[in-house]
Design a protein around this ligand. Sequence first.
Ligand SMILES: Nc1nc2c(ncn2[C@@H]2O[C@H](COP(=O)(O)OP(=O)(O)OP(=O)(O)O)[C@@H](O)[C@H]2O)c(=O)[nH]1
Length: 465
Amino acid sequence: MVLDDLGSSLRGTLDRLQGKTRLDEEDVEEVVREIQRSLIQADVEIDLVMELSDEIERRALEEEPPGGTTARDFVLRIVYEEMVDLVGDSTELPLESQTILLAGLQGSGKTTTAAKMAWWFSKKGLRPAIIQTDTFRPGAYDQAEEMASRAEVSFYGDPDNDDPVEIAREGLAATEEADVHIVDTAGRHALEEGLIDEIEAIDATVDPDRRLLVMDAAIGQGAKDQAQRFEEAIGVDGVVITKLDGTAKGGGALTAVNETDSSIAFLGTGETVQDVERFEPNGFISRLLGMGDLKQLAERVERAMETGDEEEDWDPEDIMSGQFTLKDMRHQMNAMNKMGPLDQVLDMIPGLGGGIKDQLPDDAMDVTQDRMRSFEVVMDSMTEKELENPRSVGANQVRRVARGSGQPEERVQELLEQHRMMERTLKQFQGMGDADMQRMMKRMEGEGGGGMGGMGGMGGGGGPF
Ligand SMILES: Nc1nc2c(ncn2[C@@H]2O[C@H](COP(=O)(O)OP(=O)(O)OP(=O)(O)O)[C@@H](O)[C@H]2O)c(=O)[nH]1
């Protein structure tokens, strides 16, 4: 899909930040370089690339990662927010009577998009009509009529009339029973004066509620000039990016959005009238970065910032007294991102510290780090409710979380099983008084300190991770 390169190379760079809770300039420069490289490859205009990457760099160096947030999540949230800010929300398209004018170069996909949008509006219960004013390209009328019948919507054109403005006027009158009028216009190979004059005349006649610039995803560096000219001529309220089902990157359309201070309305993903998607920034950017549901992650980091340093608020004794949630597990995993984490956590829990840490096998942490990384990615795609109450997670949620995180369902199940095991172990400790706790620790140490007893070792399987 769009900007796929950004997803894979950026993911690699961000994963290298996995164990860090603080960012140095070198880390940030590496992430920014990756973003610049990928956006340029995706045909985003260079000035826009520099503007975006400067802001990411500034924020990553100036802003404090909130407690309990890894450097990777912190940078990811910044990249996500800046990308969403760049593409903006989808163009407002109220489900009510309106007239929409489509403009764009020859072959950009206007006629196809007119039929796709008409089909989309008809599925929303509205009565759309397409008005075909292209008198320039032979065959335009027949193609438009054919596509309108495939979309099963009203159509108006006049193959015997060579005045597009008159066709537009007559078309509005002839389809007055429709509530959404989509006016398709002629394209040209380039931004000729004739094209601009014609589109200005049609615009003045139909006085549309919305003007959408239709752009082929492959447009590349030419997007800026094209967007500027149509913006000057009629003003652009939104962009439709077509042919995203091909290899094209679509970055040029991001330039057009920036240049016209507009937004993206639809994505064209094939030649049939059903191959159309309403633009949605969260899904678009999350898919783009290949990082599961980033909106969840961004909101979680946001909450960590609002509630202060969660790490300071979190008292490991909490897990001995109440419900043990996946958030507690995440805290422990974040603590593990620092130095010798479980040791610290154990030291924080009365009676659980002492000689146990010397019993942990050396490679335990390494095995745990790998599994922790994938557990983190899984948790990034879980809702607050699921994190608070993992026992409520059923088969459907497991499927959704696996899809959103890009992890196998088995990994999601493994996380839930590890949580249940850890919770069971902790319940054994909860009923104990300090004296009992001490006696238990002596017994465990007496048995060669077999790891954490019910908490298991740190190796694969059987342990809390
Ligand atoms: N694969 C793919 N092809 C598309 C898409 N949108 C349009 N096309 C194809 O691109 C070609 C041009 O589409 P049109 O809708 O005729 O483009 P136009 O802007 O109306 O062209 P003019 O009428 O000459 O100005 C056609 O072969 C369409 O089938 C898309 O999203 N994906």
